[in-house]
Design a protein around this ligand. Structure first.
Ligand code: 3PG
Length: 207
């Protein structure tokens, strides 16, 4: 898991066509980002992960929106080096654990945090971060659990403008978002725009 904590920004990707997987990964790498979360929101997810893992071994390729153990198996078989989900499902967490692949379940309430901790997870996705209450809610909600060393990755409504409001919290290890490479930009093959967005986000994260 510590490997994942090296990246301040995680692009949350929706790929409709697995043929876009390699050029997209190339665009992210050109911007300086070695991590990608390919969401299981489309049928192209598993093949896309497989193609990225094969073509770019230097890329930390992971699966997002993994909500069942069956999806977890497909994600790991395809070469995912980590997984995430918007919610906390004990069976999906158990599958990742059994396979020795890091998994970041999603939380939005203290009860979610406790369920995830009980299942052995200490890196958690805070989703949907903006709609739920943003950095203020996260700070207040995380406070009672400070002694447990839990770290969060807020996603949902995170943008270039507000990303540092989250990253400045000590309990936040990264932020994620679709804005780094939107579905429309991928469909239009705007690889240069995506590279620039990644550069902008990384420059801001380290500012
Ligand atoms: C996620 O699953 O992380 C979200 O879909 C990202 O939300 P965003 O589109 O607001 O970045």
């Amino acid at each position: 898991m510590s490997d994942l904590h090296k990246f301040p920004v995680i692009p949350v990707i929706v790929l409709d066509d697995a043929n876009d997987a390699e050029p997209l990964a190339e665009a992210l790498l050109a911007g300086g980002l070695n991590i990608i979360e390919v969401t299981f929101r489309t049928a192209a997810a598993a093949e896309s992960i497989e193609r990225i893992a094969k073509a770019f071994p230097e890329m930390q390729v992971g699966a997002g929106t993994v909500v069942t153990p069956e999806q977890a198996k497909r994600a790991i078989d395809a070469g995912s080096k980590f997984g995430l989900a918007p919610g906390t499902d004990p069976e999906t967490i158990a599958y990742f654990k059994q396979q020795g692949v890091p998994f970041i379940p999603g939380i939005m309430t203290p009860s979610d945090i406790q369920a995830a901790v009980k299942a052995g997870c200490t890196s958690l996705k805070f989703f949907p971060a903006g709609a739920a209450g943003g950095p203020k809610l996260l700070k207040a909600m995380a406070a009672p659990y400070a002694n447990l060393g839990i770290k969060f990755c807020p996603t949902g409504g995170v943008t270039l403008d507000n990303m540092n409001d989250y990253l400045s919290l000590p309990e936040v290890f990264a932020i994620g978002g679709t804005w780094l490479a939107t579905k429309a930009q991928i469909q239009a093959k705007e690889w240069g725009t995506i590279t620039q967005q990644v550069k902008d986000a990384l420059a801001k994260a380290s500012a």
